[in-house]
Design a binder for this molecule. Structure first.
Ligand code: SAH
Ligand code: SF4
Length: 345
């Protein structure tokens, strides 16, 4: 547990570090920033600072407001960390390794989620609070410490990114800074349940990252039932916002669809998908539903998935099915947060 009086540096840019610590020499902020990005967890490791300075800094500031409270490993290589925040609440963060060995951090941006998607574990928790920029960056740094250099970061963990865009922007600014970790924006994806205002905000004000939209269903009534966000963010306007994002940023967009057995895999669902996606230069990524205790859904069969993919492909849509990873440790899409504490100490 960190001391709440300490200045938390991990979500700050070099100038902010200098200012927060009242450092006279500007280059000190840059030095500290660089060390933080390299993953050090104590001021003592900052060997280009004097011993006195290191002692002084450790009395005033901290590099970690979060700790790893649990680490689980799936036989498929997926790692899930439960991260305890300064106030005792928890989030989860996942490392996924693909067939080519590329490593992706799937980070959380909120404790719980307010969107209430009917098929998601995190949605069951309800919303507790937004994460701060340092709490987001620390998830990435905790994973890098355990797994080595990561290739990508996806905002597909707990929470709705568009409702915490300020902190996410800041975390991305820190992680992409050339003076620090220098992660390329091309390696960053934000996934939204379809908050239209956020899509325009991101398109207009950046950063220009990859965007994924969790469509799930393009039948308006079914989508509203599964994803209440659809009421205030209807499909025609969502489609316009996605088109705007693609035009403005030149970035590719993905439509994600969790496949619920017997619910959104029929010919009508495919037709609605074609209607929605057919006019956009997008790619569809299907995610067979990952079980969540107590929810009234079941996994689609392999045959059902294949048939649905075939229908979409027959419409000329570009489709892939996401490889299932992390299910044995509750670390797959939509499974995060089951044992997370969502109240403060
Ligand atoms: N909140 C953001 C990002 C996190 S959810 C969003 O909804 O986009 C990541 C993805 O997992 C989303 O596409 C979501 O629709 C999907 N998902 C949620 N619950 C799922 C489950 N039980 N099985 C499979 N996918 C699920
Ligand atoms: Fe929230 Fe995403 Fe889960 Fe919906 S799918 S409840 S937006 S985390």
């Amino acid at each position: 547990m960190s001391d709440e009086k300490l200045i938390r540096l991990t979500g700050m840019l070099p100038e902010e570090i200098s200012e927060a610590l009242s450092l006279k020499a500007g280059f000190r902020g840059k030095q500290i920033f660089k060390w933080i990005a390299s993953g050090v967890e104590s001021f003592d490791e900052m060997t280009n600072l004097s011993k006195d300075m290191r002692v002084d800094l450790s009395e005033r500031a901290t590099l970690r407001s979060t700790t790893i409270s649990e680490k689980l490993e799936d036989p498929d290589g997926t790692i899930k960390l439960q991260i305890r925040l300064f106030d005792g609440m928890c989030v989860e963060t996942v490392l996924l390794t693909d067939a080519d060995g590329r490593k992706t951090a799937c980070v959380s941006c909120q404790v719980g989620c307010a969107m209430g998607c009917a098929f998601c574990q995190t949605g069951k928790l309800g919303f507790a609070r937004n994460l701060t920029a340092d709490e987001i960056v620390e998830q990435f740094l905790h994973l890098e410490k355990i797994c080595g250099t990561l290739d990508n970061i996806v905002f597909m963990g707990m929470g709705e990114p568009m409702l915490n865009l300020g902190a996410i922007r800041k975390a991305i600014a820190v992680l992409t800074s050339a003076e620090g970790r220098a992660l390329s924006p091309r390696r960053i994806t934000i996934s939204t349940s379809g908050v239209i205002k956020g899509i325009y905000d991101l398109a207009d004000n950046g950063p220009a990252v990859r965007l994924a939209i969790s469509l799930t269903a393009a039948n308006p009534d079914l989508r509203t039932k599964l994803m209440p966000v659809n009421k205030a963010n209807p499909l025609p306007e969502l489609s316009k916002a996605i088109g705007y994002y693609i035009e403005k940023t030149g970035k590719r967009c993905t439509l994600e669809a969790a496949l619920l057995g017997g619910v959104n895999t029929d010919a009508e669902s495919a037709r609605f998908m074609k209607e929605f996606a057919g006019t956009l230069p997008v790619h569809i990524n299907l995610i067979p539903w990952n079980p969540v205790e107590g929810l009234p859904y079941h996994e689609p069969t392999t045959k059902e998935c294949r048939a649905y993919i075939q229908m979409l492909e027959n419409y000329g849509l570009q489709v892939t099915q996401r490889t299932r990873r992390g299910r044995k440790i509750g670390g797959a899409c939509g499974q995060l947060g089951k044992t997370c504490k969502t109240t403060a100490d």
